[in-house]
Design a protein around this ligand. Structure first.
Ligand code: ADP
Ligand code: MG
Length: 342
């Protein structure tokens, strides 16, 4: 009986009844890339996160055509060795975690080791980098994720990543990108939030020949808000700073009864990572309920510092959302922070 069944099985295996096939690696790569890199701003975000993780104190972003033609991010961070530079564009290659336990307490912005691989898979990419140890640097070029050239170059400590023609090999994705201006707007919004989270870092954003952001390193969030938005904005905000054990909330929120006519001015950060979150949103609303002029919404730049093991950052492909171990506690932290300053 067993032999008979085995024979039947063998005859079925490999017959035309099979419909599932393993996708060729280039296609699998493109599909995976589409999850992480949705539009030019997603690439800008991933590259800037890498620069921040590398400890850069200066980050310069150059865009052409809203990032559709060119995205270039240059930093003065740790740089990479030649070997690391070549490995960095392979999927699941990262220097940031090595064990499953590390995934439970992430303290860097990146950790999945797939951003560079994803960007490389759908663009023409050039990485220039040096870790400053040997004086020389390396230049690695790739197209559609395939390495095309590697050469030694003179390069100061730091990294430059150049991304040309994003989605050149994913015409459907390219077709659905919005206008240059609207794609640019998303990058500006992201860089503004990065600049708020890292006041000690210099950020420059240039679009074509136009400089859009240029903020010098400063010592506090207050000074960064002043640099980015000016004194008018600061004057209608109140400072928030509240601690509860290991956790802390700080930042700025509308000074009642001031407010905005829309909710576009509410930014939340968890451990310096910009996030969208309904719990934080709800706590903010509740904290201001009844204190603002009718029909106005609070403006807010709120930073939560939580023990890394109490935040799961591995829940969203673009890392735009997080999950809290104890969301009740987080809700109350925000609420108490606002109440204490109101
Ligand atoms: P992740 O950030 O999740 O580790 P990435 O694909 O974004 O994955 O980057 C892969 C690796 O390449 C990083 O872990 C880091 O070691 C290296 N790397 C990328 N960008 C930079 C940079 N700007 N400076 C230094 N190292 C970098
Ligand atoms: Mg990264």
């Amino acid at each position: 009986e067993r032999i008979r069944r085995k024979k039947i099985l063998a005859s079925i295996m490999g017959s035309e009844m099979d419909k599932i096939r393993r996708l060729p690696p280039e296609l699998a790569e493109k599909i995976a890339a589409g999850e992480v890199i949705e539009r030019p701003f997603s690439a800008v975000k991933e590259l800037v996160e890498n620069s921040l993780d590398a400890g850069a104190t200066e980050i310069r972003v150059e865009l052409q055509a809203g990032g559709k033609r060119l995205i270039k991010v240059v930093d003065n961070g740790s740089g990479m060795s030649p070997g690391d530079a070549r490995l960095s564009i392979e999927r699941h290659s990262t220097s940031k975690i090595s064990t499953a336990a590390d995934l439970e307490r992430i303290s860097t912005l990146g950790f999945r080791g797939e951003a560079l691989a994803s960007i490389a898979a759908v663009s023409e990419l050039v990485i220039r980098t040096s870790d400053g140890s040997s004086g020389a640097g390396i230049e690695v070029s790739s197209k559609g994720g395939v390495e095309t050239e590697v050469k030694e170059i003179a390069f100061p400590r730091g990294t430059s990543v150049e991304v040309r023609d994003l989605f050149f090999n994913l015409p459907a994705r390219r077709k659905f990108l919005r206008s240059e201006q609207s794609e640019l707007g998303l990058s500006v919004r992201y860089l503004t939030s990065a600049a708020l989270a890292f006041p000690e870092v210099r950020f420059v954003l240039v679009h074509g020949r136009k400089e859009i952001i240029n903020c010098l390193p400063v010592g506090s969030l207050r000074e960064r808000i002043f640099e980015l938005f000016g004194n008018d904005v600061l004057e209608r905000l109140m400072e928030i700073d509240f601690r509860d054990g290991e956790s802390r909330i700080f930042g700025f929120g509308s000074r009642p009864p001031e407010g905005k006519t829309d909710k576009a001015h509410q930014l939340f950060f968890v451990n310096r990572r910009p996030v969208r979150d309904r719990i934080l949103q709800a706590a903010l609303n509740q904290g201001y309920h009844g204190f603002l002029t009718k029909d106005l919404f609070p403006e807010a730049f709120l930073f939560l510092i939580l023990p890394p093991e109490e935040v799961d950052v591995n829940v969203h492909p673009a890392k735009a959302e997080v999950r809290f171990g104890d969301s009740q506690r987080v809700f109350h932290l925000v609420l108490k922070g606002i109440e204490a300053s109101r």
